[in-house]
Design a protein around this ligand. Structure first.
Ligand SMILES: NC(=O)c1ccc[n+]([C@@H]2O[C@H](COP(=O)([O-])OP(=O)(O)OC[C@H]3O[C@@H](n4cnc5c(N)ncnc54)[C@H](OP(=O)(O)O)[C@@H]3O)[C@@H](O)[C@H]2O)c1
Length: 391
């Protein structure tokens, strides 16, 4: 496992970080017993995706499920309204839903709570020594909390060491971005690395599953477009610039670019589509941008189970990408780009599609946890879990 230094002397580029990362050894040496994890908000849309993605996961095993008082104490199969197109695993259905408290919970927690509830509960778990891998927006913009996409800004994980919970109990919070920011940033990162980006203009067409369950009323969304998602444009704008920012050894300096987002809810079940225009710092040809996307493979060789082999997939056809046809590329973990063409206002424009509850939520958190484990950041947790010590 990696002996990762607590502070670095200066900015670390992603390329350097990848050179510093050792090959992932965990799954070669410790595969006899997967690490036990818990899910907070297990009955929700994202919680259900966690259960689906973690069934048969080689490193993690679901050992604890928690939700609100409405569900606590019930058999999970009776508490959940299962909405996915795979069967609810029998073992999970028979588990009892626990109260959302750290006592008795495993030391690695995947959290899928609404932001207001996350703001109250996630610090309690971190203070109790848990690694909280969160989906919610509650702490994404906190200066000491890493907002991470492993292919984009793994070096931001150094921020964990700045957190008071980490210093006191070993616990910490790591977050993944908003479901529409993630596809956008995956597409932008390879371009920004090579050519720099001065301005970003994006219009989203976001699936209804992004609003959780039951989400938007059918009478509001059927045959309709709703041009407003509360706080979404603000989240997209600030998160994108933080994700593309540089870690300077102490803090993240956001990307110095202008950005404008328009966010819309559309009558699509899963998969967010985004129309993007960008202004570059250095001019690039279409072929050079396509090459940047094609060669973008920062996790190659790390053997993280959920990492897609090609994080940004290019699709050639004039009418692609489309959410129904392209959201499951890379097992739902890739961002699919297409329609790259000159923009009359900025330099280039294109379309990107990504799966909002897989790459945009549960899959993103699982990949973050895989990266943390490969870096040795879950090791103390692992030791405690293996010896049966609870919070
Ligand atoms: N859906 C997406 O595409 C997506 C993408 C990225 C991020 N996110 C974020 O992920 C989080 C979860 O979203 P979601 O779509 O899964 O929401 P959801 O379907 O509404 O699920 C919310 C979950 O939180 C639980 N909960 C509610 N109040 C609670 C309380 N007081 N204590 C403990 N648990 C409580 C619910 O349990 P009960 O069933 O018992 O009420 C349920 O399990 C949100 O912050 C959301 O913004 C969602």
């Amino acid at each position: 496992m990696c002996g990762w230094s607590r502070k670095v002397a200066g900015p670390i580029s992603l390329c350097w970080l990848i050179l510093l990362l050792p090959p992932v050894k965990f799954h070669e040496t410790n595969m006899q017993k997967p690490l036990q994890i818990g899910i907070l908000g297990a009955t929700g849309m994202v919680g259900q995706r966690f259960i689906q993605l973690l069934e048969h996961h080689p490193w993690f095993e679901v050992a604890w499920l928690a939700a609100s008082d409405r569900s606590s104490g019930k058999r999970f199969g009776d508490a959940v309204r299962w909405k996915l197109d795979t069967q609810l695993p029998r073992r999970i259905a028979d588990m009892q839903v626990s109260p959302a408290e750290p006592a008795g919970a495993p030391k690695v927690i995947f959290a899928a709570l609404d932001a207001d509830i996350a703001r109250e509960l996630e610090p309690k778990f971190a203070a109790a020594g848990c690694a909280v891998v969160s989906n919610s927006s509650a702490f994404r913009m906190h200066p000491d909390v890493p907002l991470v996409i492993p292919e984009v800004n793994a070096e931001h994980l150094h921020l964990i060491e700045e957190q008071s919970w980490r210093k006191q109990s070993g616990g910490f919070i790591v977050t993944n971005p908003n479901c529409s920011a993630i596809g956008l940033v995956m597409a932008l990162r390879p371009v920004e690395e090579r050519f720099g980006i001065e301005a970003i203009f994006v219009t989203t067409m976001q699936a209804v599953s992004g609003a959780g369950y039951p989400g938007v009323a059918s009478l509001d969304i059927l045959g309709n477009v709703v041009p407003y998602i509360k706080n979404e444009e603000e989240k997209m704008e600030e998160e994108t610039l933080k994700l593309l920012g540089r870690f300077d050894g102490h803090a993240v300096r956001p990307l110095a670019a202008k950005m404008s987002a328009h966010c819309n809810r559309v009558a699509v079940e899963d998969g967010h589509t985004e129309s993007v225009s960008i202004k570059l710092r250095t001019q690039a040809t279409k072929a050079e941008i396509l090459t940047a996307w094609k060669e973008f493979a920062p996790l190659a060789g790390q053997q993280l189970p959920s990492a897609p082999p090609q994080p940004v997939e290019w699709v050639e056809a004039d009418d692609r990408p489309q959410p129904r046809l392209d959201r499951m590329r890379g097992n739902g973990m890739a961002a699919t780009v297409g329609r790259l063409r000159p923009c009359g206002l900025l330099d280039w424009k294109f379309t990107v599609v990504s799966h909002n509850t897989i790459r945009g939520a549960a899959g993103a958190a699982v990949l973050n946890a895989e990266l943390l484990l490969s870096l040795g950041k879950l090791e103390p947790t692992l030791d405690r879990t293996m010896t049966g010590t609870s919070a």
